[in-house]
Design a protein around this ligand. Structure first.
Ligand SMILES: [Zn+2]
Ligand SMILES: [Zn+2]
Length: 105
């Protein structure tokens, strides 16, 4: 039999364990995914890092129209803390406003 001078058995065991273990934090940006970006783009980064810091370059460039939050604290209007509970859709709000303005006889 052979002598394991280099500790190869332990190395191989470690490799097998690493292969079996899932990736600690797979990257996936739901913001880019929902925006219809290519898979290689939205799997290249996370939406948020540890501590809730925004990592998505697209979202970091976004400025919330309601509170002006951007970069580390960026969010879309839908997730804005100023958005009232029960608020449903920007589009519904927009169309109802337009209808009210144009429909007055
Ligand atoms: Zn992103
Ligand atoms: Zn906001």
């Amino acid at each position: 039999m052979w002598r394991d001078y280099l500790g190869l058995a332990a190395v191989l065991a470690g490799l097998r364990a690493a292969a079996r273990a899932p990736a600690p934090r797979p990257s996936l940006c739901v913001f880019c995914k929902q925006n219809g970006e290519a898979r290689h783009i939205y799997t290249a980064h996370n939406l948020r890092g540890p501590g809730g810091r925004v990592e998505c370059p697209v979202l970091r460039n976004y400025v919330c129209p309601q509170c002006g939050a951007t970069e580390d604290g960026a969010h879309t209007r839908r997730f804005c803390p100023l958005t009232r509970p029960g608020y449903i859709s920007v589009y519904r709000c927009f169309t109802s406003t337009a209808a009210a303005g144009g429909g007055a006889a």
